[in-house]
Design a binder for this molecule. Structure first.
Ligand SMILES: [Zn+2]
Length: 267
């Protein structure tokens, strides 16, 4: 506990100094971000290349077309909030129901998730949510916290170095992408709800009915209890994305505002 309170104090001081803070698009929250943008982008690009080397890429035409079609529309509306993005959408062949978006707009969707997303709108809910994490720089926020916990004060003074094992460790924890790593620091509850909020607005702006996000999360939750879902398929994403009453309630509350966004003409 003492460690947590020291951390909170440090974060508050850093924010007061107006350094290492950034504003989250859509929600306007001030968040801790000690990672230089170029460094974060580079970590995302490197991690994505490693994931592509280590995980088979799907050749399923329908799956690829759907992910490209939906991804392009979500990327269009998210681009103003992620101006340096190098958008890329890759379908990975895996039974696992999982998806991610790395810094720099590198998105991975696992084929195991597609029977649960089902429709373009369901997929837009997932991609919108994952892109929401990226535009809010949640990975950098977690990484900043991990660095602080590891006594990263000196490290930050000395400057970030990708080769420094502490930086690599923090990045691995924060982004947790490589299947090889087998561990992942989950997003905080606040980050999850924030990504839901951003994702809902993005999918609406992209032209999809935001109500489909609620339908997707309910299907995802049900899939967990179904005998026909092989063991291990949804555990990993479910562990970081618990479908609880709070999540559904927030989405329902935000629905009218998100539907307003649907009416806005494309920019
Ligand atoms: Zn999430």
């Amino acid at each position: 506990m003492w460690q947590a309170s020291i951390l909170t104090t440090c974060l508050a001081v850093l924010c007061l100094l107006a350094q290492g803070c950034s504003t989250v698009p859509v929600t306007g929250r001030r968040s801790l971000n000690l990672i230089p943008a170029g460094e974060e982008l580079q970590l995302g690009l490197t991690s994505f290349e490693e994931t592509k080397k280590g995980t088979p890429i799907s050749k399923n035409r329908a799956a690829n077309e759907q992910v490209q079609r939906v991804g392009k529309l979500v990327a269009q509306v998210a681009s103003p909030d992620l101006p340096n993005a190098q958008w890329e959408f890759v379908v990975f062949e895996s039974k696992e129901a999982n998806a991610f978006c790395l810094p720099g707009g590198k998105v991975g969707v696992y084929t195991g998730l597609l029977p649960i997303t089902r429709t373009d709108a369901g997929l837009a809910a997932v991609i919108g949510h994952e892109v929401g994490h990226a535009v809010a720089h949640h990975g950098a926020e977690r990484m900043s916290e991990a660095l602080m916990i590891q006594g990263g004060g000196e490290l930050l003074k000395a400057g970030m170095s990708k080769r420094d094992p502490k930086v690599q460790e923090a990045a691995a924890l924060a982004y947790g992408v490589g299947m090889k790593m087998g561990r992942e620091l989950p997003h905080s509850r606040q980050q999850e709800l924030e990504a839901d909020q951003i994702g809902l607005i993005y999918m609406a702006r992209a032209g999809y009915d935001p109500a489909e996000a609620i339908a997707f999360w309910k299907r995802f939750s049900e899939a967990n209890g179904q005998a026909k879902t092989p063991p291990g398929v949804i555990e990993r994403w479910l562990s970081t994305h618990p479908v609880n009453a709070e999540r559904i309630k927030q989405l329902e509350q935000l629905l009218p505002k998100a539907r307003e966004e649907m009416k806005k003409p494309a920019q």
